[in-house]
Design a protein around this ligand. Structure first.
Ligand code: SF4
Length: 367
């Protein structure tokens, strides 16, 4: 298991069973009990998830894909999702408000705090909280069994917003709530990578989200497939420097957890490891921690590097620190030396290639 490799497995057994149904005709969307899956039919002549083994399945607010499901019949099409990420992800699109039986168009909703519970009410005074809860509960088994590797929500929505959604109480609005659907997704699956579509315009948040999605996929592929203690050692060894870049303390804690894993049951260790791993990765690496990681990895080949090589590496790292070059520049130079002199262990660190390189995310990461 190293960095990014073509993905050959995904826990989609129940999905496949449901999707391999007629009509098997060219079409870019298929509904699975009301949840829409978008498949790229240029690549998928037949509507089966297995036909795109290299794509990961991501949940998404429907309006972000251009579906006119907003209260006013409009959408919030995010072109980065459809035009770029669509090459790597299949979408499980879902609109909780449509699923709850509200038509389109419909009155706008907002979160009202009655002091006991956050309620979702419409501008004409109707309370939709129970309808939204029921819609979630109806769809939960499908969401649970789909093998999602991440979720992208529409910001600000009382249903889908992940951060800073307006909460109304006693006539005052405070931006400190989560949409009711987003909250339920995060409560049920606290480790699944989640982000808001709009925040993906920030290059650091974008890179962080995609890195978490691919790491979560590698983890699930390991944890869902007869995990062993030696497998956990291997997983941790390969991810050691990726974790270090995000959170030095977590890297130490996880290292100790793996080293002492024989003292507790493997099942308990896996639960705790997954939680701490995904929490650590949700911290965006600083420039300092990226440089620290680069220098640690350089340590594996330093003795083979000439003074000129070392000076050149130092100069490029300095340029990265100053914002003159992006992260990909010192990283490429480091990979060159690791490929030449590094051990297999150093060369196969996931940090060096955590997702498909064509995404070019590190070409935009500057100080
Ligand atoms: S934000 Fe969520 S609830 Fe609102 S239209 Fe988009 S998918 Fe539907």
């Amino acid at each position: 298991m190293r960095g990014f490799e073509p993905i050959t497995e995904r826990s989609t057994s129940s999905l496949n069973a449901s999707i391999e149904i007629e009509p098997l005709i060219p079409c870019d969307e298929v509904s699975l009990n009301g949840i829409y899956l978008t498949l790229n039919t240029n690549v998928h002549p037949r509507l089966t998830v297995d036909s795109t083994p290299s794509k990961l399945l991501i949940g998404v607010s429907r309006c972000l894909l251009g579906d006119g499901v907003r209260f006013d019949g409009g959408h919030k099409h995010n072109r980065y999702l459809t035009d770029v990420l669509g090459e790597y992800f299949d979408w499980m699109r879902f609109c909780p408000e449509v699923e709850a039986g509200m038509g389109t168009p419909r009155p706008a909703l907002r979160l009202a705090d009655d002091g006991v519970k956050l309620r979702v009410v419409s501008s004409d005074g109707f309370d939709y909280t129970d309808d939204l809860d029921s819609a979630f509960e109806r769809r939960e088994p499908d969401l649970r069994s789909a093998g999602l590797r991440g979720y992208i929500f529409r910001r600000g929505s009382p249903s889908c917003g992940l951060y800073r959604v307006k909460r109304y109480q006693d006539g005052r609005a405070t931006r400190d709530a989560q949409g009711v659907f987003a909250r339920r997704v995060q409560t049920l699956w606290p480790n699944i990578p989640c982000e808001e579509g709009g925040r993906l315009n920030d290059m650091r948040l974008r890179e962080n989200f995609i890195q978490r999605v691919y790491t979560y996929h590698r983890w699930r592929s390991f944890a869902d497939d007869t995990p062993t203690l030696s497998g956990l050692f291997a997983f941790h060894a390969e991810h050691k420097y990726l974790i270090l870049a995000h959170d030095q303390r977590a890297a130490r804690t996880l290292g100790r957890m793996v080293a002492h894993a024989e003292r507790v049951t493997l099942a308990d260790t896996l639960v705790e490891y997954e939680s701490q791993l995904m929490t650590a990765l949700s911290r965006t690496p600083s420039i300092k921690s990226q440089i620290n990681t680069l220098q640690h990895l350089q340590g594996f080949v330093k003795k083979h590097m000439t003074s000129r090589d070392k000076n050149e590496f130092e100069r490029i790292v300095h340029q990265y620190r100053k914002g003159v070059v992006p992260l990909i520049t010192p990283l490429t130079l480091l990979r060159h030396h690791l490929d030449r002199w590094g051990s297999d262990w150093a060369r196969t660190q996931v940090y060096l290639s955590p997702y498909p390189e064509d995404l070019a995310l590190r070409s935009h990461l500057t100080a």
